[in-house]
Write a protein that binds this ligand. Sequence first.
Ligand code: RAM
Length: 485
Amino acid sequence: MKDRNYYLAKAEENMPKIIYSELKPEASQEVFKKGDSILLDLGNHYVGHFSFRLDAAEYFICAPVKMKIRFAEDSREVDDDFSSYDGDLPSSWLQEETVILDHHMTVDMPRRYACRYIKITVEATEVKVKLSDFKFLASTSADMDSLKAADIKDEELRKIDEIAINTLKNCMQTLFEDGPKRDRRLWIGDLRLEALANYCTFDNREIVKRCLHLIAAGECNELGFLPSYIFETPEFHTGWAHLSDYALLYVVTLCDYYKNTKDIDTVNDLLDLCKSQLKSFRNILDENLIVVKQKGWFVFIDWCKGLKSLTALQGVYLYTLEKFTELLESIGDSEKEAYEKHLDDVRKASRKHLFDEEKGVFVNATDEYQKSVHSQVWMILGGVIEGKEAEKALKTMLKDAEAKQPFTPYMRHYIVEAMLKIGLKDEAFSYIKEIWGGMIKLGADTFYEVYVPGDPDFSPYRDRMINSLCHAWSCTPTYFIRNEL
Ligand code: RAM
């Protein structure tokens, strides 16, 4: 295995170029007195830096001018009462600044924001002031000129594709961010889906390569799993979470990368690391080859409260093993047969210990007999059931009011993938229209971190205001639309 400096150097070599565009939102008013406010509309969701000019409109600025500046991803956020925020994550993610200025000047806001709307309120001033020259310098590493053309006949799907690409574009900065408002870092689960959407749209291979090497540079935990996220600013830093499903999806990301690029050098750089992830996972299987619960936050799957996720996690392992075996086959690796044999053994064991043959669904003691869509989806993706049997298991749980249902577009991606795998193409595209189309009906310019039809206030962090409305893992309809239609 290579060392951290090697991986970081590779990541640096593949730094994408940032493309800037200057937006000049129109103002309806120029002169402001205490209490006045203005709402600027960029016309779409963007990520970038804001600047404006402050001058006296009469006499001279003789007392400090205090302003509140709010950056909102959608129109609802413009007037949300941030003082009532009571979520689990720090309120400092809410995009609002209080600015106090002593004299006329050009104000360059130091932070980067993700927004469509900017609301400025003059809270205190002695004289009337003039606000002008509003500029938003938008940034992305997605080059719109390189966007692959697609002839999408269905108007609803064409719109979904457009919003998905806008989501991906705004998350593509110097790395694949999960959300440009929050958390602004590289998470493996998001990376895998962004990379998939990227191949069929911008096809920026460097950024995928960079992200693969950045994660590789992170420190593994005591079980041997890679960090689920890393920071790159102000310097590289390993994240504290080491989710085992994300560690597996790192391997999948390399498999997808090779399939799309045939870049054998990168595979050679990262192959041993991937083998070590699979070995670490194998170490947490019991004597029946079923995964054992570990302490702390060790598996994600979905933001579904109370979800028992061992069956789904077992499915992620099988899914990864299958893709990894294919990779080994295509590069002629001598260990391919051993992995294939293990895949077969784990599949058989999964059916034996996790499937209820009588009911035809994955409901088992391992997950305390909890019913969930998640278990069925990942067991289908893991190849344990297929055809009519799979269709029945999935449809039964999707209809069951007592079964745990998905909460994130991330988990919903895998539902669509499972539907397509078992030939339910019409259902898959109706589902895309219901979920991603549902966000568009709410006015989305980019797809949200979480979306639960009929419950627009749902938040995994207990307060909707902290949710990210442009979230990487929600960008994959473009992948399905472009590859399946
Ligand atoms: C959230 C982020 C991120 C995701 C993790 C598990 O904190 O939204 O996208 O990957 O959860």
